[in-house]
Design a protein around this ligand. Structure first.
Ligand code: NAD
Length: 486
């Protein structure tokens, strides 16, 4: 199995070949743990997108008709190449994003492999419906690939979310124009090598690098790109919808969150605390599913606070390469500053910082890195800005509640509705609360337990549409009903 080359002079991948951006513009890439430049990427424009769309259009007839067994075989080879090169991908992801290597090894890279293998396999089990009519007619529904589709992903789980979109798009026979986040493009550039090595025909997957306005917006605006699958911030999602909706494009928008954890007095507190540490601070709190508002039943508030804060204070912030680091670096300096500004806002709003709240300054190689202590705040009402706006960093807020109704009311009181976590040993309460939470995903007595067959996505300002399983295969296909009278 071929070894990938780690190239830090990143190029676009169009029609099976590597290209410099047509405008010649490049932007430096910074390693978050050191603050130093480690490479550069194209700042592509509409001209590169146009080239990629032409290649994708040419590739579409053959790819959409080559048959599911061919697509299955090629995509399985892509998944095999991820497995064979997993340690290189782990190192690249960690260097590019700042996340601990241990996390990339446990979550990001295995999940990228799983995304591709899951959808490669899913198409072999997919079926469409038929409706028989008593009057002597039968309907059957074809689900046909759309054509050229756009996949745009964020920086927090770079290869994981990039492949989560690309895999169902390719599996269902589409050709793809994909743009990873401009902040973390390194593993996406390795995916280009993987596609080439696996024998993915030229033009089926085209990867364009660049910022949202320069390279993303032309993907949204291109009339030949008929569907957009986007994951990122709510403000960007609004902008994308404003452009794409009047063009009648299919849209899947996976956006921001401000997820609640509801911890009832009857929960297994030991387990709740252990998992809440992860749901608060995994990936430095930069997972859209992290729970940043922790609602605790008043009778156990003090006990939870004391045990939780003690464990948070003991977490290790350190070199992402170091196996002992629980938290690595935040993704960029502007993002670190944004997160720290929310800590200041919490103080201004009258909150108390129970632990953390400050930047961590290392000496030596890591002196310029974007590190921060995991932070716990209390004393703010659920309506405070800190408890309503997405911070997307290692900052959580503790809020007591008295009744189940109160907890549900406060949990539902933001514009977001992505995921929620409920901790209780009362099975009736679990069902009751899950039913009433405004969220696309509810975890009871667990967090981030993912079955790729389940619908994934949010309500309210957390998004439109669902990813995962058949939802994704349906998004990337158009149903066509055929009615035959016999
Ligand atoms: P972002 O919205 O700034 O960028 C996401 C992607 O969109 C990037 O590739 C960016 O270049 C591109 N983009 C920006 N402007 C664009 C435009 N006008 N047209 C087309 N593309 C454009 O988000 P981010 O800062 O990279 O990621 C963090 C956000 O993503 C958080 O809000 C987080 O909650 C959200 N997120 C959501 C999910 C989910 O599944 N719901 C998962 C991960 C992250």
């Amino acid at each position: 199995m071929k070894r990938l080359r780690l190239e830090t002079h990143i190029r676009n991948f169009i029609n099976g070949h590597y290209h410099e951006p047509i405008n010649g513009m490049r932007v430096d890439l910074i390693e978050p743990a050191t603050g130093k430049v480690y490479g550069s990427r194209p700042e592509s424009s509409a001209a590169d997108v146009n080239l990629a769309v032409r290649a994708a259009e040419e590739a579409f007839p053959a790819w959409s008709s080559c048959g599911i067994n061919t697509r299955y075989a090629i995509m399985n080879r892509m998944a095999d190449l991820i497995t064979a090169n997993s340690e290189l991908l782990v190192e690249a992801e960690s260097m590019d994003n700042g996340k601990p290597r241990s996390l990339a090894r446990l979550v990001d890279i295995p999940r990228a492999e799983d995304n591709i293998r899951f959808f490669a396999t899913a198409i072999r089990h997919d079926a469409s419906e038929a409706y028989n009519m008593e009057m002597g007619a039968i309907n059957y529904t074809l689900r046909q690939p759309i054509g050229v589709v756009g996949c745009i992903s964020p920086w927090n789980l770079p290869l994981y979310l990039f492949t989560w979109k690309i895999a169902p798009a390719l599996a269902s026979g589409n050709c793809v124009i994909a743009k990873p986040s401009e902040i973390t493009p390194l593993t996406a550039s390795l995916l280009a090598q993987i596609a080439a090595e696996a024998g993915l025909p030229h033009g089926v997957l085209n990867i364009i690098h660049g910022s949202g306005p320069a390279a993303g917006q032309p993907i949204i605006e291109h009339p030949k790109i008929k569907a957009i699958s986007f994951t990122g911030g709510t403000a960007t999602g609004k902008r994308i919808a404003a452009t794409a909706a009047p063009m009648f494009k299919k849209l899947s928008l996976e956006l921001g969150g401000k997820n609640p954890n509801l911890i009832f007095a009857d929960s297994d507190l030991e387990k709740a605390i252990k998992t809440t540490l992860k749901s608060s601070f995994a990936n430095q709190g930069q997972i859209c599913l992290c729970g940043s508002r922790i609602f605790i039943e008043r009778s156990i508030y003090d006990e939870f606070k004391e045990r939780f804060v003690k464990k948070v204070a003991a977490m290790t912030v350190g070199d992402p390469k170091d196996e002992a680091s629980n938290l690595g670096a935040l993704v960029s300096e502007p993002h670190l500053e944004k997160v720290l500004s929310y800590v200041q806002l919490a103080k201004d709003e009258g909150g108390t910082i129970l632990t953390g709240g400050e930047r961590v300054q290392f000496k030596g190689d890591l002196a310029g890195g974007y590190f921060m202590r995991p932070t716990v705040i209390e004393g703010l009402p659920h309506t405070a800005r800190v408890n309503c706006e997405e911070i997307f960093g290692p900052v959580v807020s503790l809020i007591p509640f008295d009744t189940e109704e109160d907890a549900i009311m406060m949990a539902n009181a933001t514009e977001y509705g992505l995921s929620s976590t409920v901790w209780t040993s009362d099975v009736s309460r679990a069902h009751r609360v899950a039913d009433q939470l405004h969220a696309g995903i509810v975890w009871v007595n667990c967090w981030l337990l993912r079955d790729l067959r389940t619908p994934f996505g949010g309500v309210k300002s957390s998004g439109v549409g669902r990813e995962g399983g058949y939802e994704a295969l349906r998004f990337f296909t158009e149903p066509k009903n055929v009615c035959i009278k016999y």
